[in-house]
Design a protein around this ligand. Sequence first.
Ligand code: AMP
Length: 301
Amino acid sequence: MITIRDKAQMRAHVAAARAAGRSVGLVPTMGAFHAGHHALMRAAREACDEVVVSLFVNPAQFNETSDLAAYPRDEARDAAEAAELGVDVLFAPSAEEVYPPGFATSVRVEGLGDVLEGAERGPGHFIGVCTVVAKLLNVVAPDVAFFGQKDAQQVAVLRRMAADLDIPARLEVVPTVREPDGLAMSSRNVHLSPDERRRAVSLSQALGAARDAIAEGERDGAAVRDVALAALARHGVEPEYLALVHPDTFEPLATVGARNLVAVAARVGRTRLIDNALIPTPRPAPVATLHAEGANPKKEP
Ligand code: AMP
């Protein structure tokens, strides 16, 4: 694996790979790798010839300077893990390389980028995410870019951006990787104290409770929310938001639909955690066919 810090060199490397007929995959990250990042890298390794992992802690998407300052960083360890997983290039530019003097452009996805995470963290969050991802997609120009379902709204916002700006890369989504007790892997989990770590499982339990309620036939959005809120409350956790929304538009759902996303954000201690679950509604059982009297009713297969 090689490390590249320079945009021009990154472009030249990809151009050479492309000229050799190799497909290119990009995994954008902020480092501090865990099993979630590893899953994205494995997916890219399987699908593409040349795998580029970008490592850039993007100041533009942090709304709290303390969160940015505390963000875990260990490039040497990240590089060793990426190399172990067969990544070809670690693209780790400096902030000056990404945002040179005079930088003045930003990308905003209206609507989708303004609710839930956008509302809690401020509109600057997704503007920061979109701007840096648009730049990475322009510099690396991958065939496929890999993102985690863990950040479901980020995926929806980036899909909108890619469609609206005619960015040709395909976006692939990798399922959320979890700890054995259900806690979604996150670089921020290292900040949890042992007691907070125990309470943090309430987020995935809340999603499980919502899933169970829907599986048992609950169709009222407020009732689904209530069972999820109760699961959080059992651990003394109050959410910043807990919402039942459409997974593409992030419009709130008053009634459970065919495709549902339950998204939650909560602070456990001082650590802000997010999680979500895609919950399809099971199709209703087929209505029994009415047969003419005396006919032999056929059994459903
Ligand atoms: P980050 O470094 O936190 O910006 O995350 C980089 C990528 O990894 C994003 O596409 C995230 O959605 C994804 N990711 C983070 N945590 C997980 C996880 N637990 N499972 C799957 N993907 C994840």
